[in-house]
Design a protein around this ligand. Structure first.
Ligand SMILES: CC(C)(COP(=O)(O)OP(=O)(O)OC[C@H]1O[C@@H](n2cnc3c(N)ncnc32)[C@H](O)[C@@H]1OP(=O)(O)O)[C@@H](O)C(=O)NCCC(=O)NCCS
Length: 318
């Protein structure tokens, strides 16, 4: 049976690290408030030429090198992002150009914070169908350019970065077992950007009804767990590692509790990365994979939630 196997990961975080105390000099907030409510202590912030495509390219280069491939071994690049360098061309083709790739294809995918999981779903389906053999899936964001730096309820929550995985067709038991994606367009108004090319001609800034988002996100996580496990005849206790979207430690804790997973079986990067939107899961995955956290045969559960609302997950046998 052909599966899409994660053969390597890569990541990029800007060098500039901004702590909660740093933010308390800009807006009326405190380390205590931010940490208690979200688990965030710091975030990385892109500077100058560290655009979304630049960060995505760095993460891609690392993943390609670790896989022992060359850029022209890749058939397709999918980039999940809500903060592209420009409206067009897509970040994916900018990465393709920067990598010197002369074949294959690339496109961007907009599913807000769920962009990476949506990309995985697509890549998995294309690989299983035999259409493509090797796919680079990237989540990359420069979200600190999307926040209103006078709005303390949102600006403290986000960070920048990029994460990448290479998926390759492989025979065997390891790889993506299943993916699930969902959306609910009736909740557009609870988390959105206040602008857009077709409306204000500007990109706008993040507007979020935090409490409502929190409530829906927690419910969505439960749905992902239930759907993915039940349709694969797996028990909650079969999950070895939770690799969640890193938006809020309280949401992550609630999901871990549901899975009866101890804290040391949850990949947690929110304290250092904050919410990097579509980059958050691949960055967390890369962080853990670099440390040799996962063993062959481990069952990983990814799950994400974002504007739309969009949400989704993936079950991966390492
Ligand atoms: C954003 C979030 C941390 C806010 O926490 P909350 O407990 O819901 O807080 P509220 O928004 O109700 O605000 C409570 C108070 O804190 C204040 N506050 C908001 N941001 C603050 C900050 N950075 N520092 C200090 N006080 C702040 C509010 O003004 C409010 O004060 P008031 O009671 O005097 O009006 C929380 O709602 C959350 O995590 N939501 C989910 C976010 C998420 O996951 N988003 C990403 C999805 S992809």
């Amino acid at each position: 049976m052909v599966r899409a196997k994660i053969i390597s990961t890569g990541g990029y975080l800007p060098a500039k690290r901004v702590t909660n105390d740093d933010l308390s000099k800009i807006v009326d907030t405190s380390d205590e408030w931010i940490y208690e409510r979200t688990g965030i202590r710091a975030r990385h912030m892109a500077e100058g030429q560290e655009t979304t495509s630049y960060m995505a390219t760095q993460a891609a280069k690392q993943a390609i090198e670790r896989a022992g491939l060359t850029p022209n071994d890749i058939d397709l690049i999918i980039v999940g992002t809500a903060t592209p360098d420009s409206s067009f061309p897509g970040v994916s083709t900018q990465v393709q150009g920067a990598l010197g790739m002369t074949r294959g294809a690339g496109f961007d995918l907009q599913a807000a914070c769920s962009g990476f999981v949506y990309g995985l779903k697509l890549a998995d389906t294309l690989i299983r169908s035999g259409s493509e053999k090797t796919i680079l899936v990237i989540g990359a964001e420069r979200f600190t350019h999307m926040v209103d730096w006078t709005d303390r309820s949102t600006c403290v929550l986000f960070g920048d970065g990029a994460g990448a995985v290479i998926l390759q067709a492989s025979e065997g038991d390891s790889g993506i077992l299943d993916t699930a994606i969902y959306s609910d367009g009736s909740k557009n108004d609870l988390l959105y950007a206040s602008g857009g090319i077709a409306t204000t001609k500007t990109v706008g800034t993040v507007v979020m009804h935090g409490r409502e988002v929190f409530k829906h996100a927690t419910r969505a996580m439960a749905q992902i767990v239930d759907d993915l496990l039940s349709r694969n005849n797996l028990a909650r206790t079969d999950v070895t590692w939770l690799v969640p979207h890193q938006a809020n430690k309280r949401i992550i804790d609630a999901t871990a509790k549901m899975l009866e997973l101890p804290a040391d079986k949850v990949v947690l990067t929110v304290q250092e990365h904050a919410n990097t939107s579509a980059a958050s899961i691949p960055l967390a995955l890369n962080f853990a994979a670099e440390k040799g956290t996962f063993k062959a045969g481990d069952l990983l559960l990814f799950e994400a939630f974002g504007a739309g609302f969009t949400w989704g997950g993936a079950l991966v046998r390492w």
